[in-house]
Design a binder for this molecule. Structure first.
Ligand SMILES: [Fe+2]
Ligand SMILES: [Fe+2]
Length: 291
């Protein structure tokens, strides 16, 4: 089986000790769901350069906190047209993150062919990873729409769904996995559902609609992913409680890896969270790991 470590929203909780532990682990591949910083771009670059110490094949999709500014985030949250307009510096910040990550692949509307022996995009793929829409904010709108349109030509949820679907259709590997910052809609509208809205429960299902459409269409032609790994909606709920982090539905395993903070203390001991996913053509095994 291919052994994958899924790292959820980091939000500054990743250090040299993590690098050592992952480098010494038995994982074949490390997948990172994004949201590296607290608030500043400087932190994103700092965490990116710590991640660059990983010696295993690794791939990251940027979250809404990666390479975006506090003003942009405020625009997305308030809906202010003035703040949501294009930030010409975002492209440069994404480039800086890419450089900090070194050999780690950065995804977003891409097909990444992986082979344990031959590495990335060798033409022989054991596992295809489809990275979905980058910088997702969750919910019905496209987060950072001017940037997404400028970089990828995506104007709407429909465009985005078609783009993700066409990547799944291009995939010829025996197994597919989707890596996204936020998971798809369609898995529940309660605050404690895997991508349900806890900060405003009236908003219900806070998944990405484009991703749900792409997965549904791919399934109709037998090209659905076996696993969907994402984060964004943190496990600890506003107002108390924990969300469901793992769901299997119609043969697809949905994993929300966003345990925030991912490094914490339990009975006086430091713990480090990630998700272990083992898969082959037919079987999937998922568990939460606390190192
Ligand atoms: Fe997050
Ligand atoms: Fe996020």
């Amino acid at each position: 089986m291919i052994k994958i470590a899924g790292i959820g929203d980091i939000h500054t909780a990743f250090d040299e000790e993590d690098v050592r532990l992952f480098n010494e682990s038995d994982y074949d591949l490390i997948l990172i769901c994004g949201d590296l910083p607290g608030r500043s771009h400087k932190q994103t670059v700092q965490i990116g350069s710590i991640l660059s110490g990983l010696q295993k094949p690794a791939l990251m999709i940027p979250g809404n906190h990666d390479s975006t500014s506090v003003l942009q985030l405020l625009g997305e949250i308030t809906g202010s047209a003035r703040l949501k307009r294009e930030d010409p510096r975002m492209e440069g910040r994404v480039q800086e993150l890419k450089e900090a990550l070194g050999a780690i692949q950065m995804g977003g509307y891409k097909l990444h062919g992986f082979h344990r022996k031959h590495g990335w995009d060798s033409g022989e793929s054991e596992l295809d990873i489809i990275t979905a829409r980058p910088h997702s904010m969750g919910g019905p709108d496209i987060g950072f729409q001017p940037y997404i349109e400028q970089q990828f030509g995506i104007q709407s949820q429909q465009d985005s769904a078609q783009c993700i679907l066409s990547l799944m259709r291009q995939s010829k590997a025996p197994v597919r996995l989707v890596l996204a910052h936020n998971g798809p809609t369609g898995l529940g509208s309660h605050r404690n559902d895997i991508w349900g809205c806890d900060f405003d429960p009236d908003r219900g299902d806070f998944g990405d609609p484009d991703l749900e459409v792409a997965i549904r269409e791919a399934a109709s032609s037998n090209q659905s992913p076996l696993v969907v790994l994402a984060g964004h909606m943190h496990h600890a709920l506003k107002g108390g409680g924990q969300r469901t982090w793992y769901v299997e539905k119609e043969g697809i395993h949905y994993v929300n890896a966003a345990r925030v903070p991912r490094i914490f203390r339990e009975n006086g001991e430091k713990r480090r969270h990630h998700v272990r996913i083992e898969l082959d053509r037919t079987d999937v095994h998922v568990e939460q790991i606390l190192w």
